[in-house]
Every structure is written in C-alpha cells, then in structure tokens.
Design a protein around this ligand. Structure first.
Ligand SMILES: Cc1ncc(COP(=O)(O)O)c(C=O)c1O
Length: 392
C-alpha cells in the first residue's frame, strides 16, 4: 500500500512542534501543577453576546448548507470593515470565508504554488508555516529576522533570496512569535520588490487588532498600488476570543478568489451559516475586546521584562503586538527544547522552545501572555530560580 508524498513531506511538521504543550497537558492530566504559557489563547472566554448570536442563528434555522464564498451578510460586513480600514472600496468579490486563518492560508498556497515553487518568509516563523508551504509542494526559503531591526523582515534580505523559482513573499504582521509590526515603509519596500519580480505577497494578519501601546498595525493591503498581488488573511480567533468557532477569511484580488473558489468548494463545500452570522455581528462592532486584551498582554510583557531581563544573563524581548514575549537564554543554553523540558519538570512552568519556530530562534523561549498577572509573575520567579541554578 502506498501513501501520497505529502504525508512524508509533512511528517514531523504537525504535532511534533507542540511537544512542550502536549507535555504540559499530560502533566496536568496526571494531577501535577502546571503554569502553561505555551499556547496563544485569548485570556478571556468567548463573549456571551457572540455565543448568543450563534445560538439565535441556529435556533432560527441557519444550519443548512452555505456556499463556497461565504454568507452574504458576512461578505458585506467584511467588505465594510476592509473598506473602512483601507479608506477605499474593497468589494465583496475580494473575500472568501474559511474556517480560520490556518485554512485560509492553506488555500492560498494550494492556489498559488506548484511543486518546486519557492516561498520566502521570515525565520522565526509561526509553527505551522513550514507545513502550509510544503503541503503545496513548494519549498520554504527562510530569511533571518534580526533583533537589531526589532525582528521586522527587511526587503533587502528578501531580495537576496529571490530566484526564478520564487512565487511568493509570505509576511506575518503582527508577527508570531516576535510581536513585530511592519511599518508602511517596510510593506511598500517589500511590495515594490514583489512588483519588480512579479511575485505574490501573502500576509497573515490574525493579530492585527492586538497592538500594544503606541504600535500601529498596517495591513499589507493598505497601498492600493499593490492590491493586484496582495492576499491578506485573518479571523475572529484572537480578536474576539473565539478560536473554537474556526471563522476566518482571506481578502485578495477578485481574480484570485475566482481561481481559489473551486479548491475551497472541493474541500469544504461551504461553511456554517450560524457561525457566519455570529462573525458578521462580531466584526461590525469596534474591537474593544481585542484592545483590552492587548492592554493586559502588554502589561504582562512588562512584568516578564522587569522580572527576567538581565537575570542570569537572560534578555527579554518585549513585543509590539500579539500574545507572546521572547526570552533569550543563549547565555545559559543553546538547546531551547531541552531547557524548556527541564524547566517544566523542575518547576511546572511550560513555555515553547524557540526551536519550534525555526532555526533563528534556537536559544530562545516563547512565553504566552495569557495567564493573569500574579501567575505570570510566579512563572517568572520560578524561571529566574531555575535559570540561576542552570547558569551557576
Ligand atoms: C500567526 C498565526 N497565524 C494563524 C494562526 C491560526 O489562526 P486561526 O485560529 O485563525 O486559524 C495562529 C494561531 O495561533 C497564529 O499565531
């Protein structure tokens, strides 16, 4: 019996990356105490108003088949939201609704890439990106994101990696795990490069509503000069504390959506009308839940900074957005996975090893900002004690 080559390409790129998270869950199941800072979950439950909206829609019979593009009310709401955000009309024909950013990105790569295509992206990167690209048959071409540029991907670094095989530049802003937010100038330089080499620009913007402090999010769709080559993806998973609803979308050129639609229909045969109704309601209102959450997460990043920066030679990188802070442990250990496993077993604190996010973040740890302040502070005390012992 034979399996498709894609299963070999993806072996090791799925749950293996989440070894620490799974170890933390196993530890908790065994009745041991755990402070789990591995996964970027919202720090509040899905608002009751959104659950009510979905329940009302279900009770009203919105449980039949949908269509491949998305329900009309949601497409209208998305068109309104993106038109407001960009200051120009973004038509409904530029959206496809999908079960989360993850699925939207999967569809984008299936639509744009062939075996042998190359996709340029930053390293570190979100843990599923390599799999997303390899599933399409394309090869990921990493560009090291440099701390001296606050981990913002540089057009000049991208340019060095462009070859005949390059099909797309893949951005993530705000970025997981570094929390970097690309500036309009960064995006213009990258899009101009894409234009010069006739490449697509794909942008994962799932953390767009979660900027901290004075940071300002700019979508890759902002500059109309490049809108024929930019595809942005997002969802309500983070912004509305609703990851389990699996409700996201992509926004790209109308022609791209026409090409992608049969692929989406073949896989999904439409989405769930009651979730579409709830999502339409969610994105029509101001992102107050996201802003409050981002405020709390910024404060926790400050707690981590104050508690750990400079301790035992460690450095803390504070994010401009999103749900994570980074801890540079290179002064103590070059093996982030072993350090994280030892930390978990010794202290009950679970964090993600930088190695789960690419080569460039080896020697770093990613700490989620979703535990309350007191728990975050306690996790820091345990990390400081453990690091001090390791460093000694
Ligand atoms: C950068 C990034 N992209 C995509 C996702 C998945 O988002 P969704 O729930 O919308 O599929 C995540 C989830 O953590 C993420 O961090």
């Amino acid at each position: 019996m034979q399996y498709a080559a894609v299963t070999t390409r993806l072996a090791g790129l799925g749950s293996d990356k989440w070894l620490l998270s799974n170890a933390a869950i196993a530890r908790a199941r065994a009745g041991l105490e755990v402070i789990n800072l591995t996964i970027g979950e919202p720090d509040v439950p899905t608002p009751g108003s959104l659950i009510d909206a979905a329940a009302r829609a279900m009770a009203a019979g919105r449980t039949g088949y949908s269509n491949g593009r998305g329900e009309p009310a949601l497409l209208r709401a998305l068109s309104d939201r993106y038109s407001r955000m960009t200051g120009r009309a973004i038509g409904q024909d530029r959206f496809l609704c999908l079960p989360g950013t993850q699925t939207a990105l999967y569809l984008v790569f299936q639509t744009l890439c062939d075996p042998g295509s190359a996709v340029i992206l930053g390293d570190p990167m979100y843990a599923t990106y390599e799999g997303l690209i390899r599933a399409s048959g394309a090869d990921p071409v990493p560009v090291t994101l440099r701390p001296e540029y606050s981990f913002r991907i540089q057009a000049s670094d991208i340019e060095e990696k462009i070859t005949q095989a390059t099909r797309a530049i893949f951005l993530n802003t705000p970025h997981n795990p570094t929390g970097a937010v690309l500036r309009p100038d960064d995006l213009d330089a990258i899009c101009a490069l894409a234009e010069a080499h006739d490449l697509w620009v794909i942008s994962d913007e799932v953390y767009g509503d979660l900027t901290h402090g004075a940071a300002v999010f700019t979508s890759a769709l902002a500059n109309p000069a490049y809108e024929n080559r930019v595809i942005a993806t997002a969802s309500i998973s983070k912004s509305h504390a609703a990851p389990g609803f699996r409700s996201g979308w992509l926004c790209g050129p109308a022609g791209f959506c026409v090409r992608a639609l049969p692929l989406s229909e073949t896989m999904l045969f439409g989405s769930q009308p009651f979730i579409a109704d709830m999502t339409a309601e969610a994105i029509a209102s101001p992102p107050s839940l996201a802003h409050a959450m981002a405020g709390r997460m910024a404060e926790r990043a400050a707690i981590i900074h104050d508690a750990l920066d400079g301790v035992a030679g460690m450095r803390v990188h504070r994010p401009e957005a999103g749900m994570f802070a980074l801890l540079d442990i290179r002064a103590i250990s070059g093996d982030s996975q072993q350090f994280a496993l030892d930390l978990l077993h010794a202290t009950g604190v679970a964090v993600m090893p930088g190695a789960s996010f690419g080569v460039a973040l080896e020697g770093w740890l990613r700490l989620a900002l979703n535990a309350d302040d007191a728990t975050t502070a306690e996790a820091c005390r345990r990390i400081a004690r453990f690091a001090g012992a390791e460093a000694a």
